[in-house]
Structures are given as C-alpha cells and as structure tokens.
Design a protein around this ligand. Sequence first.
Ligand code: CA
Length: 382
Amino acid sequence: MKIKDLKIYVLKSALAEPFAFSQGWVHQRSATLVEIITDEGITGWGESFAQGLEPPEISAAVIDHALRPIVIGANPLDVEVLWHSMYHQTRDYGRKGSVIAGISAVDIALWDIVGKTFNVPIWRLLGGRFRDQVQPYATGFYRIHGKGEAGRLAEEALQHYEAGFSMMKIKLGFGVDDDIHCMTAIGKAIQGKSIRLMIDTNHAYGRADALRLGRALEEHDLLWYEEPVVPEDIGGYVEMREKLSMPIAGGENEHTIYGFRDLLSAGAVDIAQPDIGSCGGISAARHIIALAQSMGVRVNPHVWGSAVAQAASLHVIAAVPVAHHSIFASDPVLEYDRSSHPFRKDLVAEPLTLSNGWIPIQDKPGLGIEINREIIARYNTR
Ligand code: CA
C-alpha cells in the first residue's frame, strides 16, 4: 500500500458571539484537517490543533510544503518510521508549535488508515482499551465582556450540570480579584450538588499572582489547576506544586517526548495534558504516556478541536493506563468543549453524545468516524 495523495482543508466558521479566554478574543473557530489517500482506496483523516488565536493556515502550510514530500509514495503502515522521518526532517525549524501540529495531523490520519486496513479501532492497535466509556468534563465559562460576569458564569455552571456534567473547568485569568469573585459565585450556585471543579488560567499570570489565586481557591477542593504560568516557566510550575495543595496540570502547549521529558523530569506537573493534534499525534502521545508512566505522572489529554481531534483523543484516553493503580483508581476524563462549534456536531455522521453523563468508546475501525463532506465543502477556505 502506498500514499497517493494528501488533501488539506482549512475550515473556518465565524462565531455569532465572540468570546474571550485570558489570551484574547476568539472571533472564529477553525480547524486544519488532512485527508490521506492511499492507492488501495483507503483514506485516513487527521487534524492539527489550531489554538484559539492560531491561524490554521500555518500548520496547513507545514503539511503541504514540508510533510507532503516525505509521505507521498511511502507505506502508510510505517507509522512510527514516518513519524521519525517527519520529525528529523523538520527539526531545524520545528520541534514545537505549528510544525509539530502539522506532524500530528498526518500521524493521526496514518493511524486511521492502519485501523481501517486491519479492521480494528485505534485503541486496539494501541494495545487494547482500559475502559469502554469516559466521563467528560465541561469546558466553557468563556467571557462575553471580560470582567464582572460572575452571575452569568454561576448560571452556566447549573446549565452544564443539568446537561449531565458533574465535572467542569472554569476559565480564569481575567484578574485575580475578578477570578476569585467568579469562583465564589459558582461555588455558591453549585453548593450541595455533586460537582467537581477544575480551573484554567491559560498562563495569564506570573508566579506571585498565580500563587495568590491558587491559595484563595484552596477551599474549592479543585481537581486541578491548569496552566498556572507560561509553558516556558518550568520552575514556576514546580513552585506551584510545592506551595499549593491542588494538583497542577499543564502540557497543551508542550510537544513530543522531548518537550515532555523536560516538563516531567523537573517535577513540573501532577497531570500531563498533551493535545493529540498538537503534541505530535497518536505516536507522540504514546511516547509521552510511556514516559509519564515511568515517572508516576497522570496523563489526561487536552482536546479543543473538531470531531476528528475528539475521536483521536478518545482512542488515546481509552488506551492510557492509570498512573497509580488501585481498585478505585482515577481514570482520565475527556475535555468536552461546550462552546459553539459546527466542526464538532455537524462534521461527522455520529457526533459524541452523553449517555448517563458518560461517553461510550466505540468499536469501529480506525478513528471510527464518517466525515460529512458537505460540511467540509461549506467551511473550507483553502
Ligand atoms: Ca487549557
């Protein structure tokens, strides 16, 4: 079998109402998708994670100009070999960011092809699944105005709860006082309900403010505190872990086994959060999971992409071993972005749905998704 062609799609959809996370205002949702076509008629799909403010054209250009010449004519079953070829041949200008996001998309598509070729789901190729369903947590709580939205966010928490979510992640990083005010309002609204919270500042603060926020929120018994400081400040992560009681999470802006080696060997996080569309794909996630396992660090993939990225993430989550075994060990959970995103609901024939508050892991070959080509045609800008 040979790779015959590679099609790249840059999907964009304007948001009816722009929203903010701590790093800026998001006006549109976008996705960089790749479709790899083989000479035997099997095709595979992959996605580069486009960060909220990242132009999706960057990883599209990487795939087109740098990766296409490497994979055309190759056997798509040589997934690990091709991962190293792509990494080595882009090293001098790659290693992080959109270049690795480009590699991620190609790698995910290759795993999809391997699964379809052998008629098994990707989790089977990864060695089997440790779980047949995953509990999702609601990601939302974006801002419409920026500050002073505590009341609306408290109502939003109740909406997620009514939709079946018992875990939710609050977007903070809009000023420590405003953050504390929002958390107090949310805490009051959910009092007496069986809800656990995480927080995510998207590295809005330096160490002093990040610590002040964490200390003020100790009473919320948070499941984790995500990206408290910038990804470059590994020492800051270590300091958060030493001085705060909640687990510290990070890694959505880190890449490959090399990046995670630096993060984990410093003791920077309790929970590593590689994004499958950004860390180097399923192959890199596999490397990172083995590394984290050796250091006793939990892995909980991050996902904010389209239905393709969600599917890839689910297969990896199914195959992640628990870091600390016991009969009631804590399993990884699925990040479920509750904001408006047509590339999630409409892009595939069967979008993810909650069943009693859980997401079942399905058994179809490869990624197990059927792409709706009308949606590709409608939103493709390339
Ligand atoms: Ca995050």
